[in-house]
Ligand binder design. Structure first.
Ligand code: NAI
Length: 470
């Protein structure tokens, strides 16, 4: 007879949920993790199954597709090149499968009970799990962690049908290369898929309502990427207002007003709607359990406690930013808080953001403008990759490292980067800021030569007015 009483019940097995479950079990708590599964779920959640991981597999494919044309310069001549996006999608699915099985393995290793089904809070620490076969099991948790994640948002005039009008759930496993793709929304999702489909030969158009692509990033970073996208033949409309869409047999016609107020029409075989994600908060029994919501998210306090006793919410369902690494750290903070290990809360001011398009975009901390608005006396240093030896050897000279420092204490207020591998390099700034380093320290720590990371030391010097290589 299954034991239905747990110390911790986690709802959702995405990056927030599975990390919470494993950490709870490590700390000796009897733990269950309930996951509904379905096309965009499963162990590892959206991130592993249809999000972060398979898109990065596609972007890796896009990188090869693009680079193969430049190999001759490197003395490598290849024969006829054929691009097969469906194969790239197949590989992306395999990689996602590995990750999902890995989570299953970790659950077994840590003795987390993995329960498949849709969980609803029933109040008083009870959770009812409805399995696909129609059976229901009631379990209890002394502590309940809601980690239900998010789903793609639609637009009233552009309803996702996953046929002509896609969400990222469909774009991530392409069956063929569409002749043309219109991408609505130039956040991380839109820009990453625009990169992939362009590399594999679709005619891509990006439509963004705000004045720049990647609106949360430094404007200079966004400009570099937009310029490169346009050079690759991607049409980019920023400051555009989408007014109408008409889906027909041949494709979709989008009507928009461009930033000058002129009417434009964009015809595309498929459209990807990438206008953000909505937290999953419905049909969870929240009301029954006394868990309140706030503007679409589950309401939490600064310890991620909901309005119901011993019920917590982490990750996308709790509050922005909707990032896997933020969810994982919230998981650790909540579970270690419950266990009294004293992890401390997540440092929300030091969460890095990365968009894995080519060139990559990464940032942490404040932009120059945000720092000025906060009243800092700011000095900015920029070092371009064109002046970095390693970048030149790799033929990856696009982009820069930009440091925003406060003049008074030389505090590292923010870092903004565009270029190859900056997704890996941003961690140096995160650790530096975590350890409250000064900009001088960022330079005086010896960087190996020749590496892309030298651009960090040089940008630090530039912010101090004494760069060597520019
Ligand atoms: P997002 O919120 O980052 O970007 C959506 C974009 O759509 C915004 O720039 C917005 O101005 C634009 N938009 C909204 N309505 C529009 C309209 N009617 N017409 C034109 N543009 C419109 O959302 P996104 O890219 O869908 O990603 C969802 C979440 O997933 C984000 O929080 C993102 O950070 C996260 N994510 C992170 C990734 C990463 O870290 N690399 C990758 C993918 C997603």
């Amino acid at each position: 007879m299954a034991d239905n009483n747990f110390d911790v019940v986690v709802i959702g097995a995405g990056p927030g949920g599975y990390v919470a479950a494993i950490r709870a079990a490590q700390l000796g708590m009897k733990t269950a993790c309930v996951e509904a599964g379905g096309p965009s779920g499963g162990l590892g959640g959206v991130c592993n199954n249809v999000g972060c991981i398979p898109t990065k597999a596609l972007l890796e494919a896009a990188m090869y597709a693009r680079k193969v044309g430049a190999l001759k310069d490197f003395g490598v001549t290849v024969g006829e090149v054929t691009l097969d996006l469906a194969q790239a999608g197949k590989r992306a699915k395999q990689v996602a499968g590995q990750g999902s099985r890995g989570v299953g393995f970790l659950f077994k290793k840590n003795k987390v009970e993995s329960i498949e089904g849709w969980a609803r809070l029933a109040g008083g620490g009870k959770v009812e799990v409805a399995a696909k076969d129609g059976t229901t099991r009631t379990i209890t948790g002394k502590h309940i962690i809601l980690a239900t994640g998010s789903r793609p948002k639609s637009l009233p005039m552009l309803k996702i049908d996953e046929d002509r009008i896609w969400s990222s759930d469909t774009a991530v496993f392409p069956k063929a290369t569409p002749a043309s793709l219109a991408v609505v929304g130039a956040g991380a999702i839109g820009m990453e898929f625009a990169d992939v489909y362009n590399a594999f030969g679709s005619k891509v158009t990006v439509i963004e309502a705000l004045p720049q692509v990647l609106p949360l990033e430094d404007p200079e970073s966004a400009q570099v990427v937009e310029k490169i996208y346009k050079k690759r033949g991607i049409d980019v409309f920023t400051g555009a207002r989408l007014e109408k869409s008409e889906a027909g047999k041949e494709g979709v016609t989008l009507t928009l007003k461009d930033k000058a107020g002129a009417d434009k029409t964009v015809q595309a075989e498929r459209v990807l709607v990438a206008v953000g994600r909505a937290p999953i908060i419905d049909d969870l029994g929240l009301e029954k359990a006394g868990v309140q919501t706030d503007r679409g998210f589950i309401k939490v306090d600064d310890q991620l406690r909901t309005t119901a006793p011993n019920v917590y919410a982490i990750g996308d369902c709790a509050r922005p930013p909707l990032l896997a690494h933020k969810a994982m750290h919230e998981a650790m903070a909540v579970i270690e808080g419950i266990a009294g290990v004293g992890h401390g809360m997540v440092d929300y001011g030091n969460i890095p953001a990365v968009t894995y398009c080519h060139p990559e975009v990464a940032s942490v901390g404040m932009t120059e403008q945000a720092a000025k608005e906060k009243g800092y006396d700011v000095e900015v240093g920029v070092f371009p990759f064109s002046a970095n030896g390693r970048a030149r050897t790799a033929g990856e000279t696009d982009g820069f490292v930009k440091i925003v420092r406060d003049k008074k204490y030389s505090e590292l207020l923010g870092a903004h980067m565009v270029g190859a591998h900056v997704s890996e390099m941003i961690a140096e700034f995160v650790v530096g800021r975590h350890l409250e380093t000064t900009v001088e320290d960022m330079d005086s720590a010896v960087h190996p030569h020749p590496t892309l990371s030298e651009a960090i030391g040089e940008a630090a010097l530039a912010a101090l007015g004494r760069a060597i290589h520019i």
